[in-house]
Design a protein. Structure first.
Length: 342
């Protein structure tokens, strides 16, 4: 999102510009407005930032205009990190009763401090109750932009702005990295900070980037679909090739099996014919003799083990012995009885 910063403009011009933008910063320290005009401006637009930088007006005037803007419906109030803590606590208590949010900002118009110091400043601002933190530093080299952009981690809302001609990179890239918004001036009016781009130019840059990214995304999707189609075609060709190879191998195996079957049948047929031819030449006596020898050979093929025959014989003897002994005992008893009777 782009926030249009309005400073040295008239009340009527400010009203016209506010009809064209979604978010704007009203620099109360640069715009000569009465209390009634402040109320009208901040009650006419739902997303306005009330900013009053210290140093140009008395602190009482600053306090009064910021409170009027908050009461009229300002969405954000921007206070410097070096501001009076009494004013900070007063505005924070007032913000609790409204739907506004507090921006605590740090400005350095000379240089970009080291990354460790910048992180400490961000932590300090959040510890004072900030909802958003703004870091604006002068960029002496391109590396200063990367130092500022390193603060945009996505964990907490941090706005970074590079001041000076080399700071344009961070202003353009900050929203793309996760910053809530960036600042621009309205074309035809004066910028409120060094390095600002016009709203119209910045909007065209983002539209061009969005179009380029959409084209790249569509190209990637088309390339992906094309790659999928090519892969499916390759897989189909591989399957066909494999099926053709399998069919060829199956046909080869079937031919070999048929050949083996024919050879076996041929051998059996030859044996039968040879045997039939030999038997036709033999006499009836020779045929009977061959049959007997075949029976003997078949009986000899059955191998009875000697231990088994011995065990069978033992069982026969043991089975007969008790019966013979019993008969002998019965005979002796009958003889005794016969003797006693006599």
């Amino acid at each position: 999102m782009i926030c249009v910063s309005l400073g040295k403009v008239s009340f009527e011009t400010c009203q016209k510009i506010l009809r064209e933008v979604a978010l704007a910063e009203i620099r109360l320290d640069l715009m000569p407005l009465s209390l009634a005009e402040v109320r009208r401006l901040f009650s006419s637009h739902p997303h306005l930032i009330a900013t009053f930088r210290p140093g140009h007006f008395p602190e009482a005037t600053r306090k009064r205009l910021l409170l009027v803007a908050l009461t009229a419906g300002a969405r954000y109030v921007d206070l410097d990190l070096e501001s009076d803590r009494h004013l900070l606590s007063l505005l924070r208590e007032k913000i609790k009763t409204t739907h506004s949010r507090l921006i605590i900002s740090y400005h350095n118009h000379k240089e970009t401090p080291p990354a460790a110091k910048l992180r400490c400043l961000v932590r300090e601002a959040f510890s004072l109750g900030a909802d958003l933190v703004k870091i604006a530093c002068f960029c002496r080299c391109r590396e200063d932009n990367s130092r500022l952009l390193s603060l945009v981690t996505g964990r907490r809302p941090v706005i970074v702005c590079g001041l000076g001609p080399l700071g344009v990179v961070s202003r353009v890239a900050a929203p793309l990295c996760g910053s809530p918004f960036t600042y621009a001036f309205w074309e035809g009016e004066e910028p409120t900070a060094a390095g600002q781009l016009s709203y119209q130019k910045l909007k065209s840059i983002y539209e061009w980037l969005a179009e380029a990214l959409a084209q790249e995304k569509a190209k990637r999707e088309n390339d992906f679909d094309l790659a999928l189609r090519r892969r499916s075609q390759v897989n189909m060709m591989k399957k066909k090739e494999l099926g053709w190879q399998e069919g060829k191998e199956r046909q080869k195996a079937d031919k070999e099996a048929d050949k083996e079957n024919k050879e076996v049948k041929q051998k059996i047929k030859q044996k039968i014919e040879k045997r039939a031819h030999g038997e036709s030449r033999k006499t009836p006596g020779e045929l009977a003799k061959v049959d007997k020898t075949d029976e003997a050979d078949s009986l000899n093929k059955i191998n009875f083990q000697a231990p088994n025959i011995n065990e069978i014989n033992k069982e026969k003897v043991n089975h007969k012995k008790p019966r013979l002994n019993k008969i002998k005992k019965i005979g002796k008893k009958d003889q005794k009885r016969m003797g006693d009777k006599e």
